[in-house]
Design a protein around this ligand. Structure first.
Ligand SMILES: [Zn+2]
Ligand SMILES: [Zn+2]
Length: 144
């Protein structure tokens, strides 16, 4: 399944003017294999032995390219701690407050909240983000 989605992303990239390089392929592969919403730094650390000449900035630039093409989503947390998600359809996240693990959580979009927010504030609402915090199963087991 992950492989199929990776192939789809590769094809989507082929349809743009963006060139596929071994580095870009490795970054995409990492995103789809781990599904762990990594930061650019996480990806850099995982791939630095394979690509000794690659910098964190290069990883980040490639992620921005993927984002512009629409095959990854950036979840910003200020500064350089953006996390990248290869699932671009709408979904929510459950985040472990101990280890930072982020897991996809599928739940019908809370459209009525957007409508209400629009109504109450007069904003033109275009998006929302909901994050659920807790302690993951691994961390729960350590503490017991
Ligand atoms: Zn955890
Ligand atoms: Zn996600």
């Amino acid at each position: 399944m992950a492989n199929e989605q990776l192939q789809e992303a590769v094809n989507a990239l082929k349809n743009t003017k963006v060139r596929m390089t071994p580095q870009r392929h490795a970054i995409l592969e990492y995103l789809y294999e781990t599904m762990n919403h990594p930061t650019a730094d996480d990806i850099y650390k995982a791939l630095e032995s394979k690509f000794p000449n690659m910098s964190v900035a290069t990883v980040y630039n490639n992620l921005r390219v993927f984002k512009n093409v629409g095959i990854v989503k950036e979840l910003t947390y200020g500064d350089s701690s953006s996390r990248f998600d290869c699932v671009t359809t709408d979904h929510y996240h459950v985040i472990c407050s101990d280890c930072g693990k982020m897991v996809d959580f599928h739940y019908p979009g809370l459209d009525e909240v957007e409508t209400l927010a629009e109504h109450v504030t007069g904003f033109q609402v275009h998006d929302h983000r909901m994050e659920i915090y807790g302690v993951c199963e691994d961390c729960k087991n350590i503490s017991h």
